[in-house]
Design a protein around this ligand. Structure first.
Ligand SMILES: [Zn+2]
Length: 228
C-alpha cells in the first residue's frame, strides 16, 4: 500500500474502493486532511453532504455555500462517476508502458471514446510535477523529432492528421559502470559489458506546429516542456 493509502494491487484496490462512497471518502480526506474547511467563510467543521450523479456536494453549516468535492481537481465538472476516475488513475499510474485511449476506453467500459480520451489526458496532465526544473544544465541532452498519428477512421488516402513531437532526453552515465562490469565475468557478453553504460534519464516532450518553433526548440532543448 502506498503511504497515502492508494492501493498498489488489484485486490487492494477492490478492498479500499468498493463503491462510490469509499472513493468520495478517500477524496475528501486527501483534499482536507484536517477536516473540511469552507472556502467561502473559512469555517472548519463537518459539512452537510449531498450526493449528485457523479460526485458529492459539501455544504457549509455556517454560510450554506456549496463546494463540489471534485472542484479544483482534474475531475471538476465531470459526468463520469468517481470509481471510474479512480480505476483510470490506477491504470495510468501502474501500467509502465502507458496505454492508448482505446485500451483505456475498453478497460473502463466507457461508451464514448472521447470520454476515455479526456479522462486519460487530464490524468496524464495531472501527473506532471509542477516544480520540475529544466534539463540540459547538468547532463548532455539528445533531441529528436517524430510524427505521431496517421490515418484515422473516416479519412481516405492522402493527407492524414499528424502531429510533430519533439523530444529531449537527458543522457546519463552509470556510476563507475565500467569498473563494476569489469569485476564480474558473468556481466560480460563477448567482451561487451552486459549492462549499458549510459541510460536515458528525464524526458521532455512537446507537440510543435511549425518549423520555426522546431528550430527554436533545437537551440534550447532544456525548455522542451510538455504543455497541453
Ligand atoms: Zn462557509
Amino acid at each position: 500500500m502506498d503511504p497515502r493509502g492508494f492501493p498498489t494491487s488489484l485486490p487492494e484496490f477492490q478492498r479500499v474502493f468498493p463503491d462510490d462512497a469509499a472513493c468520495a471518502k478517500y477524496l475528501e480526506a486527501m483534499r482536507w486532511p484536517d477536516g473540511f474547511t469552507c472556502p467561502k467563510c473559512g469555517l472548519c467543521g463537518a459539512p452537510y453532504r449531498f450526493l449528485t450523479r457523479s460526485s458529492v456536494v459539501l455544504r457549509c453549516r455556517a454560510c450554506k455555500v456549496n463546494t463540489s468535492l471534485t472542484a479544483g481537481t482534474v475531475m471538476q465538472g465531470t459526468h463520469t462517476a468517481l470509481p471510474t476516475w479512480f480505476w483510470g488513475a490506477y491504470l495510468v499510474t501502474t501500467q509502465t508502458p502507458g496505454q492508448s485511449a482505446l485500451q483505456f476506453q475498453r478497460q473502463l467500459g466507457l461508451g464514448r471514446y472521447e470520454t476515455a480520451f479526456q479522462i486519460l489526458h487530464k490524468l496524464r496532465a495531472g501527473m506532471v510535477n509542477p516544480e520540475r526544473d529544466t534539463i540540459g544544465g547538468r547532463y548532455p541532452v539528445e533531441v529528436d523529432e517524430c510524427y505521431i498519428g496517421g490515418r484515422t477512421r473516416g479519412e481516405g488516402r492522402g493527407v492524414h492528421h499528424q502531429a510533430t513531437v519533439v523530444g529531449a532526453v537527458e543522457v546519463r552515465k552509470r556510476k563507475d559502470a565500467e569498473d563494476r562490469a569489469a569485476q564480474r565475468r558473468d556481466s560480460h557478453e563477448g567482451g561487451i559489458p552486459a549492462k549499458k553504460l549510459v541510460y536515458a534519464s528525464r524526458l521532455r516532450l512537446r507537440v510543435v506546429s511549425s518549423l520555426p518553433t522546431r528550430l527554436a526548440m533545437l537551440a534550447n532543448p532544456s525548455g522542451a516542456a510538455p504543455r497541453n
